[in-house]
Design a protein. Structure first.
Length: 398
């Protein structure tokens, strides 16, 4: 009896949906997760054909699937997984991964379906496609802008042809821009970031607001796409178990100062990162690369979700028992109702609006911290910023 109660408790609290049907396709049970996914109460579904939860053409063909299997024994879904669409009570559909198992119990055949909602994964894929499309558009805009600049230089050369010194100077400027333009036409999309830096450098003497505007768009788009790709790559390596911490002794203060200097370069206007260390010691035994990634991710979030003319506090502390790292901002904050899901992959708070992001960064940071036997905590209040704290027991690698 205890085993039955335990099994029931597991099914009732499962994150994924679980549905059982008889050999006629009639629903016998569905757990709370499945009820929530499809929007039905238990008594609205039990006894009805499972096809009520399917959009066309699967709705009309489902009974034929069962009959064919019972007649031929050919398994097309049972024991396998595949992506399908589910039909909610309100008429909307959603993607999920379906795995079906067959159980023979007391001269009966029962089919059990395990349902894993793929809505967030599909949304993330769509966002990635949109970012890629946006970047392609920005590259096209930049190419047009470069052509205009090259043409303008050629015209300027003709207008000042009477002055040899001016002509020489303009020829040099033209050579630079033509060289940059040629480089742009030859290189693949992966060189966009480098090219935008060159454009910004060579266009500085013209003090052109439009040039700065488009260069900023290109750099931001490339940075956003790079962050997205890095997040997905990091998540894939974590999921595959290919991230192993390599503990070594290093200077925490030196690392923090390097990160501060690096992140200050990408901060918004008049946005200052204030670093401070507490303690007479500075050596720690952790994975330096993983810790650097954690620092950069948290400070990047503070920059992204805070406004211009603000301060970001970055503190490290070494005492007899702990190594503590704190990043605090005065940005938009995290709504209370979203805080419980903050470290879930692909989750983003509902007040992030159009601020780009994948919802993977904090999940990756937490997993890196756990790999180093540490803890990640946070405090936040809407419109009053957030504070994230990473803590490690001293000599955590032992």
């Amino acid at each position: 009896m205890e085993g039955v109660q335990l099994l029931k408790a597991i099914i009732e609290t499962a994150i994924d949906g679980i549905i059982t049907i008889d050999d006629k396709g009639r629903v016998e049970s569905l757990n709370p997760a499945a009820q929530k996914l499809f929007g039905y109460n238990l008594d609205e579904v039990v006894g009805n054909n499972i096809s009520m939860l399917m959009p066309e053409p699967d709705r009309s063909a489902h009974d034929g699937y069962i009959n064919r299997y019972q007649r031929t024994g050919e398994k097309r879904i049972i024991g396998k997984g595949r992506e399908v669409l589910g039909l909610r009570k309100d008429g909307t559909t959603f993607p999920f991964r379906l795995a079906v198992s067959e159980v023979h119990y007391k001269d009966r055949t029962i089919y059990t379906g395990f349902i894993h909602d793929l809505s967030r994964e599909k949304e993330a894929e769509q966002r990635l496609k949109e970012y890629a499309a946006e970047l392609e558009d920005l590259v096209d805009e930049r190419t047009i802008s470069l052509k205009k600049m090259v043409n303008a230089l050629s015209q300027a050369k003709e207008e000042v042809s009477l002055s040899l010194e001016k002509e020489k100077e303009l020829n040099q400027m033209k050579s630079r821009f033509v060289s940059m333009a040629s480089h742009e036409f030859r290189t693949p999309l992966s060189s966009v970031q480098l090219s935008s830096v060159l454009i910004e450098k060579y266009a500085a003497p013209y003090d052109n607001d439009q040039i700065r505007k488009h260069v900023g768009k290109i750099k931001n788009a490339v940075g956003n796409l790079t962050t997205i790709l890095n997040d997905f790559l990091s998540l894939e390596r974590l999921e595959a178990g290919r991230v192993e911490p390599s503990f070594s002794s290093f200077d925490l203060v030196k690392l923090a100062e390097e990160v501060t200097e690096e992140m200050q370069l990408i901060a918004k206007e008049e946005q200052n990162i204030i670093y401070q260390h507490t303690g007479v010691e500075s050596l720690v035994d952790l994975d330096q690369n993983l810790l650097r990634n954690c620092m950069i991710n948290l400070i990047s979030n503070a920059i992204k979700y805070s406004g211009e003319h603000t301060f970001i506090e970055f503190n490290t502390e070494l005492n007899a028992n702990q190594c503590i790292i704190t990043i605090r901002d005065n940005g938009i904050g995290i709504p209370e109702q979203d805080q419980k899901n903050l470290f879930q992959p692909f989750f983003r708070a509902n007040n992030t609006g159009n601020i780009p992001g994948t919802g993977l960064g904090l999940n990756i940071v937490k997993r890196y911290v756990l790999l180093m036997n540490g803890a990640l905590e946070f405090e936040s209040e809407l419109h009053k910023g957030a504070r994230f704290t990473i803590s490690f027991v001293r000599n955590a690698s032992i």
